[in-house]
Ligand binder design. Structure first.
Ligand code: ATP
Length: 245
């Protein structure tokens, strides 16, 4: 792996019919980053994330994770990643523990001990025996993250993880991500529209506009260079005048 670059995407392109959703996009995430991936509705975030996680194939470009090419070394590359792209699916009538045991059985070398560990990491140990149907949205989100932690990934990719959560739920997820990064050394790529959240949580951001990356870098440096007081102000300046898709 080159220079601590955990994820390296080059020239990613995806077209649906006549619409180019992602257009020659380059993205680099270094080990240790909590990278906020921002863009207005329809700018191409989910399409990018789906290509990064192998859910769809790019028309052009390539993705490397930990130095492995996703296309030719899929298993090695994807073994480094935990992701929640669509809503994580759990059985409502089973407990969190049983749901994770089911997921663990589908993965290679994931033990019962690891299931207990990930429940602890996301703060659900006390509620592990309760049915998921009784969980709040925030708890389900944490359980989803627990599921993505099972195979001890180096990189976790989350598509709008705090969407729909109340301020308390958002804070819990934010604190948890900070702890997983600091204590477990996990790198994060997080797409979000919640700029205040991202400003508090992420050290780096990338902004995508009409399928192209238009700004990327250290949050504080970008704000200083743009003369912006907040990330919201910076974001609005960068994306101003964007035609709604
Ligand atoms: N399967 C698909 N078929 C056709 N068009 C698609 C498909 N997936 C995405 N698109 C189009 O590609 C563009 C980018 O969509 P994408 O979902 O990646 O945006 P996004 O940045 O994630 O948006 P949002 O913030 O609203 O979730 C949009 O114009 C969308 O309509």
């Amino acid at each position: 792996m080159e220079n601590n670059i955990l994820l390296d995407a080059k020239g990613l392109t995806k077209t649906f019919g006549t619409r180019t959703a992602v257009n020659r996009l380059d993205l680099r995430i270094e080990q240790g980053d909590i990278y906020g991936f921002l863009g207005t509705n329809g700018s191409g975030k989910t399409t990018t994330i789906r290509m990064l996680t192998g859910l769809i194939h790019p028309d052009a470009g390539e993705v490397r994770i930990g130095g492995y090419r996703l296309k030719s070394h899929f298993k090695d590359a994807i073994a480094l990643v935990g992701a929640i792209v669509e809503q994580p699916a759990f059985y409502a009538y089973l407990s969190a523990y049983d749901n994770l045991m089911l997921a663990a059985n589908l993965l290679k070398d994931v033990t019962r001990t690891r299931v207990l560990e990930v429940l602890e990491l996301v703060g659900l140990t006390d509620r592990a025996k309760d049915k998921v149907g009784s969980y709040s949205l925030g708890m389900r989100q944490r359980l989803g993250i627990a599921g993505s932690l099972l195979n001890e990934p180096k990189l976790i990719i989350l598509d709008e993880p705090t969407n729909g959560l109340d301020p308390q739920g958002m804070k819990e997820i934010r604190v948890m991500i900070g702890q997983l990064a600091a204590e477990q050394g996990i790198t994060f790529l997080i797409s979000s529209h919640l700029l205040h959240e991202v400003e508090q949580m992420c050290n780096k951001i990338g902004i995508i506009r009409c399928g192209k990356l238009v700004a990327e870098g250290d949050v504080q440096q970008l704000l200083a260079s743009g003369g912006s007081r907040t990330l919201e102000q910076y974001f609005l300046n960068i994306t101003e005048g964007e035609g709604r898709l």
